[in-house]
Design a protein around this ligand. Structure first.
Ligand code: NAD
Length: 528
């Protein structure tokens, strides 16, 4: 499947027109056939991939109605039956992982290892929620107001139709990883493809169909954010959004206007602290992994490296050596460690950030330039020193393979630098003293803190929640919260003696006296 390229262009040969048609059939477009299409450019050669039919606002409404109509039958299935579909999807994914890795690479340009990490995340999440999701949603029996004759329980009910909007940088993991728990919880879904990476998501939809997911349980529309995304939010009962902080603010306001809940997974400007006692070779390796993973187009990747002055020079030397070992380039195999940026827009943004920093006095220690000889959007992994407040990349997310170094006197200053800005997605600390690092972690504003790892340890620990503090978001994916957010808690209380209140032959005064007597008894018994 891999590494077989045709002479012209870089479309992997197995992606035939018939295959493409079988994925495009999952885009909800009107029967009358909307004539508009959009075609992304492949990062390998900036040539068009395939035209994808665009959904209209009416299509979004029709897709939402179809998902709503499909909901009762899907929700009434026992959890086990929904889990069986997901486990079949899991097994098919393991067998067919090369297909989706090819698609991710073709549409988005990342190195194959980072495409495989998407497969790993989706497989782990699917298996985990299929096996353990029901326990997270278990009915909770609680004490009722009148013991013995009444009983109370809290049950979890699905939200309804959940909307999904996610970006191009992890088109498979972010496109599917949240949909799986939402469907398992008994919801149906309405998702929008990102214009850069529609085929990856549609491939996933087709694979779930093969695994037995009924026709309208996951509806997919294709189109831009401001029009189609907006229309989608108008239709759904809950929104699961992943994207930039700027767009997060817009969609949150729209969701608030409709009084629907939303989880928002947004941007970061993530710090990594190297303490004086850190193993510098390990810290350098961790920094390179976390800074340049996914070509730096990863929400949790590291953009700021904060180093204790005692080890600054030695660490920088180790970091530059480790950076030089990274193999930069593009291929449909594991031959490169860092791939291309996804688009001209990404290349422009990364170049602008670096150029602005250099013009204002930053020093380039590694990289700092595009590599058109390796691909139209390839940019070298870049290490900068001397970054100051007036530079755009100081606190603004670059979302590319660029890190800035900061020299600090002690832990106090490291924490102060780490907590600058208003975002708080992920952070990292390298130190031999894990207890000390954990105490520092408690003082960092970040939804995840990795100790002696750059970024992926927390993301891979899928039983724990993942998300942002401050302007990096609201809510958590993964773990119990990652499925509970797609449900409402409903309190169900039943009485064996009819309505609570003074019975017919008991006066209100007598009833209150009995109530007070019980309260005093509980106090005397020490029951709180
Ligand atoms: P973006 O916010 O521009 O777009 C994200 C998605 O939102 C796209 O599918 C887009 O079509 C859609 N969209 C845009 N405007 C919209 C609107 N008005 N209404 C509804 N939908 C709209 O983000 P991007 O630049 O494409 O993606 C990169 C950003 O995503 C980075 O900031 C990155 O940090 C963030 N991100 C966060 C996480 C996380 O888990 N916290 C994960 C991945 C990426």
């Amino acid at each position: 499947m891999t590494a077989t390229l045709p002479d012209a262009g870089v479309r992997p040969v197995w992606i035939t027109d018939a295959k493409v048609a079988s994925w495009l059939r999952w885009v909800h477009t009107s029967a009358s056939g909307g004539s508009e299409t959009a075609t992304a450019l492949a990062p390998y050669d900036a040539l068009p991939t395939v035209p994808v039919p665009m959904s209209t606002v009416a299509d979004v409404q029709a897709a939402a109605s179809a998902a709503r109509a499909a909901r009762p039958a899907w929700a009434e299935l026992p959890y086990r039956a929904r889990a069986e579909v997901m486990l079949r999807f899991h097994d098919l994914l393991l067998e067919r992982q090369d297909e989706v890795m090819d698609l991710i690479q073709w549409e988005m340009g990342k190195a194959r290892f980072h495409a495989w990490q998407e497969v790993l995340q989706v497989a782990n999440l699917t298996r985990h929620y299929a096996r353990h999701g029901q326990a997270y949603l278990e009915t909770r029996r609680v004490r009722s107001v009148i013991p013995l004759v009444t009983s109370a329980k809290e049950v979890r009910v699905p939200k309804g139709v959940v909307g999904f909007i996610s970006p191009w940088n992890y088109p498979f993991y972010l496109g599917v990883g949240d949909v799986v728990p939402a469907l398992l919880a008994g919801n149906t879904a309405l998702g929008k493809t990102d214009p850069q990476t529609p085929l990856t998501l549609l491939w996933a939809r087709a694979l779930l169909a093969e695994a037995g997911l009924p026709e309208h349980v996951w509806e997919v529309v294709a189109g831009d954010g401001p029009t189609l995304g907006r229309a989608l939010i108008d239709e759904v009962d809950y929104l699961c959004f992943t994207g930039s902080t700027a767009t997060g603010r817009v969609v949150a306001q729209q969701a608030a206007g409709r009084l629907i809940g939303a989880s928002l997974e947004l941007g970061g400007k993530n710090p990594l602290i190297v303490r004086a006692d850190a193993r510098l070779d390990v810290a350098a390796r961790g920094t390179v992994e976390a800074a340049f993973a996914n070509t730096g187009q990863m929400c949790i990747h590291i953009e700021r490296v904060i180093v204790h002055e005692d080890v600054y020079d030695a660490f920088v030397a180790a970091l530059l050596t480790a950076t030089r070992t990274r193999r930069l380039g593009q291929s449909f195999d594991f031959g490169h460690d860092i791939g291309s940026l996804a688009s001209q827009a990404q290349l422009d943004k990364v170049s602008a950030h670096v150029d602005d920093a250099v013009a204002k006095g930053a020093t380039v220690l590694a990289g700092g330039r595009a590599r058109p000889d390796l691909g139209p959007y390839v940019y070298e992994p870049t290490v900068l020193a001397g970054v100051t407040d007036e530079m755009d990349l100081c606190l603004g997310e670059t979302f590319g393979p660029v890190v800035a170094l900061y020299r600090v006197r002690d832990d106090e200053e490291a924490i102060a630098v780490a907590n600058r800005g208003r975002q708080g997605l992920s952070a990292s600390i390298f130190s031999k003293d894990i207890g000390g690092a954990e105490r520092l972690a408690a003082r960092i504003r970040a939804g995840s803190v990795n100790i002696n790892d750059g970024a992926s340890l927390a993301a891979g620990s899928i039983e724990a929640g993942m998300g942002g503090m401050g302007e990096s978001g609201l809510g958590r994916r993964h773990g119990s919260e990652g499925i509970k957010r797609f449900t409402e808690s409903q309190t169900v209380v039943s009485s064996r003696v009819g309505p609570v209140g003074p019975p017919p032959r008991v006066s209100v005064e007598r009833f209150v006296a009995i109530g007070n007597g019980q309260l005093r008894l509980l106090r005397r018994l020490g029951v709180r």
